[in-house]
Design a protein around this ligand. Sequence first.
Ligand SMILES: Nc1nc2c(ncn2[C@@H]2O[C@H](COP(=O)(O)OP(=O)(O)OP(=O)(O)O)[C@@H](O)[C@H]2O)c(=O)[nH]1
Length: 313
Amino acid sequence: MADETNEKASGGWLAKLKRGLAKSSAKLSDGITGIFTKRRLDTASLEELEELLIAADLGPSVAAKLAEALRRRRFEKDIAPEAVRAALAEDIAQILAPVARGLAPDPAARPHVVLVVGVNGSGKTTTIGKLAQYWKTQGKTVWLAAGDTFRAAAIEQLQIWGQRAGVPVVARESGSDSASLAFEALEAAKAAGADLLLIDTAGRLHNKANLMAELAKIARVLKKLDPAAPQDCLLVLDATTGQNALAQVETFRQIVPLTGLVVTKLDGTARGGVVVALAEKFGLPVVAVGVGEGAEDLRPFEAAAFAQSLVEG
Ligand SMILES: Nc1nc2c(ncn2[C@@H]2O[C@H](COP(=O)(O)OP(=O)(O)OP(=O)(O)O)[C@@H](O)[C@H]2O)c(=O)[nH]1
């Protein structure tokens, strides 16, 4: 019965993922059809494929690798677009497999503290709400901390997500010190024996020094209560920014030790290929992807499902 429910749930998610990646996969799939209909796999068609992959935000390095892998297998042979799509899906899944870590809190940590960082509007608050909901359905007890004290709307938004998911939210008025709020939240979550504490943060990147000081202070203060906290530091990236997401990883990993990435808003863009570029460039775990604004629109990342949905739709 449990298996049946899981199967139903994952089938539902796969359909959602495919729908979410439809813009990206249409671009890739139609492009491949355009290049390889009644064509051989030769230098010219491979160059066009490489350009298509770059235009779809997989990045020049991944594009060159994928084209080379295809050349080695099928050079100077006739090849149908379906075969190109299948080969690419397989090779992309191999690039993604090492970063597909999924979402598993450390059972020894009580709570497992997740610091969520990212630029304004990347989807941090929404992602925390979705993660809370996801983990709640996995039977975990979750606490939230409204650490983005810079923006009153972010605090309210997190409170709404907390109510929706039925999980406690530790919040103060805007302008409060986010590190002391994080401390208070960890104390409360510890006392309650919670499995997870998710901490929202502000993302004012225009002042890197301030941001760095604030995030460092939060981490330092958490360590007073648990030297291993935060167990995770997730960077939330908006897929619609395309290659700019790579620059954001560079910036944030100088500020905090990142343990994983969450890529959001894949549903609104044809730039889903950026997930592959991120995986290849940084090797950081892609913990989850977001394909919509609803609570059910974020799930643990799976390499093969993502690769197939990206290329074959
Ligand atoms: N379509 C779509 N929209 C999303 C997704 N994730 C987040 N959003 C929307 O993106 C907008 C910004 O999300 P927030 O969660 O407020 O972003 P934030 O990073 O917390 O922003 P600040 O609070 O300003 O730091 C909201 O309107 C969300 O509903 C997604 O996967 N798909």
